[in-house]
Ligand binder design. Structure first.
Ligand SMILES: Cc1cc2nc3c(=O)[nH]c(=O)nc-3n(C[C@H](O)[C@H](O)[C@H](O)COP(=O)(O)O)c2cc1C
Length: 174
């Protein structure tokens, strides 16, 4: 086993569980430290000094990331700029250019520029969990008729490698 050299916090926002699933996958596969996972709703106060690496994740609804994640980024910008930072976003937008735009808009520019890794990792639709207006939006605007998964685990793996760059051990590459 490699020596534990750092502590990682994975902080996520989710409406229907996809981003939490990605956060758990990250935690399982980031081996350089045993990451701690937090739902942003539970961490209005968090002592980030315990962590040298922070990964933030949220999902996009009609172009916007969850307000809780935006508020968290605004509140902790200074501390986050001192960390090794990773940012990911869940969403089902298929066009790469628009995925990039959604990712850039989701996080403050300073954090985006500071991040060691960023990724738009795809998303899922759980039709049975959506209310009627969300179902309507999903079926008409987004063109998805049934529950579907567009999660891109290959991109999540690349994100992990980019975060673990310069560390002695990477679960994905080894
Ligand atoms: C009403 C609604 C609006 C959405 N809008 C977008 C969007 O603008 N762009 C996008 O890429 N994905 C969009 N999505 C897809 C979600 O981001 C996707 O379902 C994601 O996996 C949700 O993650 P969560 O369960 O962690 O919240 C939308 C989904 C719903 C239900």
């Amino acid at each position: 086993m490699g020596e534990i050299t750092s502590k990682t916090a994975i902080i996520f926002a989710t409406n229907y569980g996809t981003t939490e699933k990605v956060a758990e996958y990250l935690a399982e596969n980031i081996v350089r430290s045993k990451p701690s996972i937090f739902n942003v709703k539970d961490v209005s106060e968090i002592d980030l000094s315990k962590f040298d690496t922070v990964i933030l994740g949220g999902s996009v609804y009609l172009g916007d990331i969850q307000k809780e994640m935006s508020d968290f980024c605004a509140k902790y910008t200074k501390e986050l700029l001192e960390k090794k930072l990773g940012l990911f976003l869940c969403g089902i937008e298929p066009e790469m250019v628009r995925q990039d735009e959604e990712l850039k808009m989701a996080y403050p520019k300073a954090l985006y520029n500071h991040a060691q890794a960023t990724a738009f990792v795809g998303g899922e639709i759980h039709m049975e969990l959506l209310n009627p207006s969300q179902k309507f939006i999903t079926q008409t605007l987004l063109g998805i008729k049934t529950s579907s998964s567009f999660l891109q685990y290959d991109l999540i793996d690349i994100f992990i490698c980019q975060m673990e760059l310069n560390d002695s051990k990477c679960n994905i590459c080894d």
